[in-house]
Design a protein around this ligand. Structure first.
Ligand code: GLU
Length: 429
């Protein structure tokens, strides 16, 4: 998705934090501790490319906070990756694990690279190089990586293999999102998208809306979007459009069908990065609109499931009066300015670090299963996931109602209180 160069995700994460720190009257020491990552690592990863030349890729890992347990969070491969984006995402991971009430902290990693233009071997070398640079500072009891934007189970397995080669033993709990059969959990692939819909289901219930009478528009067509679309459709809802990035044109497009998109048909014409084949989509009867059109559709629900900074001070005004719920599958899709407008318009926002917590909750289950060396059936994983997501949702919505505050602020109050208390109990502040 197009990224506004002036946007800074870390400033946004700090603005959101400061607002709630004021509400909570947080002491200065705790604020200073939580406004920045506790630790961060920057490094170069030398890779001999397929053509024989050596290229140095920049890699990062930020460990925002580990008061409640080891750091946890994904590794992104993205050509526009910046340290500030990784900082913001590591902070959001701390809030995510706290609001989900799992015994983990927050971290995030990234590499500036574009997997669209890298062979599998080059990607493997980046994964192994990333681990070599940081092998002493991550691990099952310190900081546990996972898949994120443009990284997959295969990337996790290469990283695990390198970590185990360096440390000379088996450490399946070092990384999550591994392939099933190689220490991965059933349900991990579905977890983030399904989790978004578990929270959406609860929000619809609360607002007294029948899912079968709703329509939705989705931004993004990666893993989160696929499973969110699948479960929402199974609940009887109708997705009328999806928007996704087109690698050939370096632009995004929205694909629309008023009688509802067909997920399987669209998946059959989608590449491994979530790009839909334009010509084939046309043949299947999809209307092709500009990428931004997903936001201005006359629907009940918006599901941003791509990148940060998509619902902004400008784009928020394009949202139809009909929209009742925004379920944030992506991390940081809505800016604080846009939040104000959504609040004024009484749109019910299911905030990112609550809505998309399903992935990290399932990662936690993956670690538990690895530790026991006993793996659950998929139904058991999804049942436990649903229970965790639902209770996190209820705690947030109860507080929002009780204090008459915005749902994002309620989620922040719960998360920041839990983390601040852990820091205090440890004697850090
Ligand atoms: N990358 C996912 C997220 O942003 C999952 C993180 C994890 O499983 O550790 O929540």
């Amino acid at each position: 998705m197009a990224q506004d160069k002036s946007f800074n995700a870390f400033e946004m994460a700090q603005t959101q934090f400061d607002k709630v720190a004021d509400m909570l009257n947080l002491d200065q020491g705790t604020r200073d501790l939580l406004r920045n990552p506790f630790r961060e690592y920057h490094f170069g990863i030398p890779v001999r490319m397929d053509d024989g030349a050596v290229k140095i890729f920049r890699g990062f890992r930020c460990q925002h906070n580990d008061a409640r347990g080891p750091g946890k969070g994904g590794i992104r491969f993205h050509p526009q990756e910046t340290i500030d984006t990784v900082r913001a995402l590591s902070m959001w991971m701390t809030w995510k694990t706290a609001v989900a009430d799992i015994p983990l902290g927050g971290g995030k990693g990234g590499v500036i690279c574009d997997p669209h233009h890298l062979s599998a071997l080059e990607q493997e070398k980046i994964c192994r190089g990333w681990v070599r640079q940081i092998a002493k500072n991550v691990g099952p009891l310190a900081d546990i990586p996972a898949p994120d934007v443009m990284t997959s189970g295969q990337h996790m397995l290469w990283m695990l293999d390198e970590f185990e080669t360096i440390h000379g033993n088996k450490y399946p709990g070092f990384i999550t999102g591994k392939p099933v059969g190689m220490g991965g959990s059933l349900g991990r692939t579905e977890a983030t998208g399904y989790g978004v819909i578990y929270t959406l289901r609860e929000a619809l219930k609360e607002l007294g809306i029948n899912p079968k009478e709703t329509t939705a528009s989705v931004q993004g067509f990666g893993n989160v979007a696929h499973y969110a679309i699948k479960l929402y459709s199974e609940m009887g809802g109708k997705i009328i459009c999806v928007s996704c990035w087109d690698q050939d044109d370096q632009k995004s497009y929205t694909y629309k069908k008023n009688d509802g998109i067909d997920l399987d048909a669209l998946l059959s014409i989608t590449d491994r990065f979530g790009g839909i084949d334009k010509n084939k989509a046309r043949e299947l009867g999809y209307e092709q609109l500009p990428g931004e059109a997903w936001i201005e559709q006359d629907v009940d629900i918006l599901i941003p499931a791509a990148l940060e900074n998509q619902i902004t001070a400008e784009s928020v005004n394009k949202i139809s009066k009909r929209v009742k719920i925004v379920a944030e599958g992506a991390n940081g899709p809505t800016t604080p300015e846009a939040d104000k407008v959504l609040k004024e318009r009484n749109v019910f926002v299911i905030p990112d670090f609550l809505a998309n917590a399903g992935g990290v909750i399932c990662s936690y289950f993956e670690q538990v299963q690895c530790n026991m060396n006993y793996f659950w059936e998929k139904e058991e994983v999804l049942e436990k996931l649903d229970a965790k997501m639902t209770s996190a949702y209820k705690a947030v919505s109860d507080l929002a109602k009780k204090k008459n505050i915005f749902t994002r602020d309620a989620a922040y109050v719960i998360a920041i209180n839990r983390v601040a208390q852990a820091c205090k109990d440890r004697g850090w502040v």
